[in-house]
Design a protein around this ligand. Structure first.
Ligand code: CP
Length: 315
């Protein structure tokens, strides 16, 4: 694996191998061992043209735990304001020694462009491109589910038969797209819940069920509900229900949380808008995996950086 651009190009074997590798990195970290030397003398460039808290800092932490040198570029305050292009920006960072480029960009397809245009010889990891893909988020979500459900027996297995409801602004969510591909690959059953105006085009061809009635889906007792943020910044002229109507029908409110089956896990990729798509009671409960997802993101990103920096070698 030279690049990680999306979950749609992963095989089940590759996905399980990445999750297993992340589990091994978590085990080593638990033993409070010093930094691993795996990426010593490798430079990882974080190329963030769009805002981020979790993903950028998590990639930084992951690279440092593997002893890589890390350079972080943020769009704000850079020469983008002087008209510098994606190509020139990326080539400038590669000229400083980058071997792995982690990119977040508002345009769907930006990571693919960097990987396949011939502009760079570095490995490219997609840290979120427009509404398209966010593969490391989906991998850390799958990792978190696997750990919560199977614990010590998680290594080597997928998520066969696990039911996951993904709820909210699916149309604008790269997290949802990456999760649909990966969860399906790992054998999970996915139900998308969204207002009709925020259901993605072409959903009929996706390997999912679709429902606009959140309460009906909750009554079926899914193993996990993954709440999504409403991405107003990506809405250009699309109809959106009023915030009050949205919260009434699609939020994991205190009442809905109280009615959830005991076993249902509560997930959110962050950042959350508390009181809009999720109540604090749900977000802060012991059944919430939200902070576990953040922690697990470091192990998953260590696995991805390690894998892409080794190119095609899997051993
Ligand atoms: N989940 C996620 O991508 O969060 P950030 O935008 O903070 O990176």
């Amino acid at each position: 694996m030279n690049h990680l651009l999306g979950t749609d190009t992963l095989s089940r074997e590759e996905a399980v191998s990445l999750l297993d590798s992340a589990k091994e990195f978590a085990r080593v970290a638990d033993q409070k061992m010093p930094k691993l030397p795996a990426l010593r003398a490798v430079t990882v460039v974080n190329l963030f043209f769009e805002d981020s808290t979790r993903t950028r800092l998590s990639f930084e932490a992951a690279a440092k735990k593997l002893s890589a040198d890390v350079i972080t570029f943020q769009g704000q305050g850079s020469s983008l304001s002087k008209g510098e292009s994606l190509k020139d920006t990326a080539q400038t960072l590669e000229a400083m020694g980058a071997k792995v480029v982690v990119v977040r960009h508002a345009s769907s397809g930006a990571a693919h462009r960097l990987a396949h245009s011939g502009w760079l010889s570095s490995s490219v990891v997609n840290a979120g491109d427009g509404t398209h893909q966010h593969p490391t988020q989906a991998l850390l979500d799958a990792y978190t589910l696997r750990e919560r459900l199977y614990g010590e027996n998680a290594a080597g297995v997928g998520l066969d038969g696990v039911s996951v409801a993904i709820v909210g602004d699916v149309a604008h969510s790269r997290v949802a797209r990456s999760n649909v591909h990966l969860l399906h690959l790992l054998g999970a059953q996915v139900t998308l819940v969204a207002p009709r105006t925020l259901a993605p085009k072409g959903i009929d061809s996706w390997p999912v069920n679709y429902d606009h009635d959140f309460d009906r889906v909750l009554n079926a007792g899914p193993d996990a509900v993954m709440m999504l943020r409403v991405q107003r910044e990506r809405m250009r002229g699309s109809y959106f229900p009023s915030p009050r109507e949205y919260t009434k029908h699609f939020a994991l409110s205190e009442d809905r949380f109280a009615a959830l089956p005991e076993h249902t896990l509560v997930m959110h990729p962050g950042p959350m808008n508390r009181g809009v798509e999720i109540s604090s009671v749900a977000a802060d409960s012991p059944r919430s995996t939200i902070l576990d997802q953040v922690t697990n993101g470091v192990w998953v990103r260590m696995a991805v950086l390690y894998q892409v920096s080794r190119g095609g070698q899997t051993a």
